[in-house]
Design a binder for this molecule. Structure first.
Ligand code: FES
Length: 105
């Protein structure tokens, strides 16, 4: 599935992700800048923060409570904020668009 990451400065990175990995892993593997993922995907750092494009909010679903509390530590969390290590790539997410915050927390 293809995932588009849009940096805060507007630079787009389209990556071909493998099904089953997290959106964070897909970014790191494809050298998308701006996803630090300090904790390696354990939902414990909030430095893999992304904003899910409105059109995809329903398909990616909502943050669970642990993710929700970690998002408080993210830089400028918004209603469409997610931790990208908690979104699993699937065929249903082909075409997903996420935006990167200006900084990671
Ligand atoms: Fe640390 Fe996602 S990588 S919370």
């Amino acid at each position: 599935p293809k995932i588009t990451f849009i940096e805060n400065n507007g630079t787009e990175h389209v990556v071909d992700a493998e099904t089953g990995v997290s959106v964070m892993e897909a970014a790191v593997k494809n050298m998308v800048p701006g996803i630090d993922a300090d904790c390696g995907g354990a939902c414990a750092c909030a430095t893999c923060h992304v904003y899910v494009d409105e059109a995809w909010a329903e398909k990616t679903g909502k943050a669970e409570s642990m993710e929700e509390s970690m998002l408080d530590f993210a830089y400028e969390p918004k209603a469409n904020s997610r931790l990208s290590c908690q979104i699993t790539v699937s065929d249903a997410l082909d075409g997903l668009v996420v935006r990167l915050p200006e900084f990671q927390g």
